[in-house]
Design a protein around this ligand. Structure first.
Ligand SMILES: Nc1ncnc2c1ncn2[C@@H]1O[C@H](COP(=O)(O)OP(=O)(O)O)[C@@H](O)[C@H]1O
Ligand SMILES: [Mg+2]
Length: 306
């Protein structure tokens, strides 16, 4: 269709054009925020050249600051445990944390946090006032009206000066309207960036999705909007082959983790073995490759090595 002269509504958005030199004072320094998960802090790093021009890497010591990281996996892989450990660790370091719960009511989140604090040796009463819970699980408006959720978040971030935001889970914000998933996640991403939060977004994978990929429920690839993705995975040992390969008895589990991209800093790309202890603490062990080598060396195939 021919467009008439003068009809065009486009406007140059010159407020969105920047010279990098103008941004200099605002460019954030990326540091690490302790994850509270043993073995995870060292998997994010920066690289630099020494005086001889030789490349090196240096762990930043946690999740990259101002990063919005997607933690995805099928149910019962330790996503919420990871979020809880991060929240408690940051609160115990003096940083107020905003925890948006979409799945379980606030009191149950508080119970989980209290029990977890006891397992981690953190004095819960000392940090209670740094843990702010927004309960979207019992509030339909927060779950279904994005503007209300953003306004509530802005209010909580401003009032409590939070530095960290956790949403468990973003999937719960687009249940039954998955075509909205990317829009909702992008709005939350842009919003939390503006408020300079370091954030974890938990997303659910359906068990049918490929195991260690970032693809979240619905296949809408919400992870690609965010700064990085951690994929958690569990595999049941059900065949003789797995039994020999992983050195575990049939019926046991092997838990794995992979950092699937991070655009704010370097990261270890290897699959790592994960362990969830009896007291509900999640920790990262050696790379899978080293674990398998150890199994072969010790000739433990077919036996339970735990
Ligand atoms: N308080 C706890 N004590 C012991 N084990 C726990 C505790 N909480 C969770 N777990 C174990 O950790 C697994 C992962 O839990 P969770 O992080 O809630 O999974 P999800 O990935 O679905 O969020 C659970 O299936 C359970 O086996
Ligand atoms: Mg969970």
């Amino acid at each position: 269709m021919r467009r008439e002269i003068g009809e065009k509504q486009n406007k140059i958005q010159n407020q969105s054009i920047y010279l990098v030199s103008q941004l200099r004072s605002e460019i954030p320094q990326i540091t690490g925020l302790k994850t509270g998960v043993e073995g995870l802090d060292n998997l994010f790093f920066v690289s630099y050249l020494d005086k001889k021009g030789k490349p090196h890497i240096k762990p930043i010591g946690g999740f990259p600051s101002f990063g919005i990281i997607n933690i995805t996996g099928i149910p019962d892989t330790g996503k919420s445990l990871m979020a809880e450990q991060f929240a408690l660790t940051q609160a115990s370091l003096g940083h107020p944390v905003c925890f948006v719960t979409v799945e379980q009511p606030a009191v149950f989140v508080a119970t989980g946090l209290r029990n977890k604090a006891a397992s981690m040796g953190i004095d819960f009463e000392a940090i209670e006032d740094r843990l702010i819970i927004i309960d979207a699980s019992t509030n339909t408006v927060l779950r279904e009206d994005l503007s209300s959720l953003l306004d509530t978040l802005a209010y909580a971030i401003k009032s409590y000066k939070t530095k960290v935001t956790i949403i468990d889970s973003i999937t719960g914000l687009y249940e039954a309207r998955e075509m909205m998933a990317r829009m909702i996640v992008r709005s939350l991403f842009t919003f939390l960036k503006k408020w300079r939060q370091t954030a974890l977004f938990i997303s659910q994978k359906r068990s049918g999705h490929e195991e260690l990929t970032a693809e979240a429920a619905g296949g809408y690839a919400v992870g690609h909007i965010l700064d990085g993705t951690i994929v958690l995975f569990k595999k049941e040992i059900m065949s003789r082959y797995d039994q020999i390969l992983y050195g575990k008895e049939i019926g046991n589990l092997i838990r794995l983790l992979r950092i699937d991209g991070c655009r704010l800093c370097g990261h270890d790309p290897r699959v790592h073995v994960v362990e969830i202890l009896e007291n509900g603490i999640i920790r990262i062990r050696e790379p899978l490759e080293s674990y398998l080598k150890k199994i072969r060396k010790e000739g433990k195939g077919g036996q339970n090595i735990e």
